[in-house]
Structures are given as C-alpha cells and as structure tokens.
Design a protein around this ligand. Structure first.
Ligand SMILES: [Zn+2]
Length: 116
C-alpha cells in the first residue's frame, strides 16, 4: 500500500512546517519501514552509505533517526521517497546534517580530503 500524504500536508511541509510531516501516520509508517530495511542499524556507523566517505570507526550502532538525504526544504518531492531516506544514529544525524547543509550551500560536491 503506497504511503501518500494528503496534498494539504505536503503543501504545508513544503512551506517549512517539517514538524507536521513527522507527526503524520504516513511518516511514522515509512520511518518504521526504513529502519526495518536498514536493520535498525546506523548506516553511517556501518561504514557503507551513499553519503560520502565512511568514518573510520566501523561499528554497529542502533539507528533511531531516519534522515532525508536531500533535505525536505530542498526537495520536498522526495520527502516520502524511500531512496532518499537513511537510518542513522543520533550522533551521525547531527554530523551528516551539518555536512548536507554545507554541501547544499556550495552547490557542488567538493573534495573533502586535504593533503599537506
Ligand atoms: Zn551513527
């Protein structure tokens, strides 16, 4: 069964009321589905993800956050898109969020490795 938000909710979320999205039953269901897909493990701590270089420490951390890879405010059309969602632990979510913002502000990806 497709999880579809009402147009009214979609519109309000697109306009910046992202809290509203997280309160919807549709989001709660999708969130559970993504966590299940990712085995309730943080996909960044796990070391393989689509978000760039894995961090050095490879460990399994319980995921408690489902993150929008392309943020809702940038791509509201992807707010319910499974391929745009990834399970993260709280710590990684904070880190990834900052990086995502940085990347979007710069518009194009840059090499993060600096060589001296
Ligand atoms: Zn993590």
């Amino acid at each position: 069964m497709p999880m579809k938000l009402s147009d009214n909710v979609k519109q309000r979320v697109s306009q910046g009321d992202t809290d509203l999205l997280y309160k919807t039953r549709e989001w709660q269901e999708l969130r559970e589905k993504i966590l299940l897909r990712d085995h309730y493990e943080c996909q960044r701590c796990d070391g393989h993800n689509g978000l760039g270089k894995p961090i050095k420490r490879i460990k399994l951390t319980k995921a408690n956050t489902v993150h929008h890879i392309q943020e809702v405010r940038d791509r509201p059309d992807l707010m319910m898109e499974e391929s745009n969602l990834i399970s993260l632990c709280h710590e990684c979510h904070d880190i990834v969020h900052d990086r995502t913002v940085e990347r979007f502000n710069k518009q194009k990806p840059r090499l993060t490795e600096e060589r001296w």
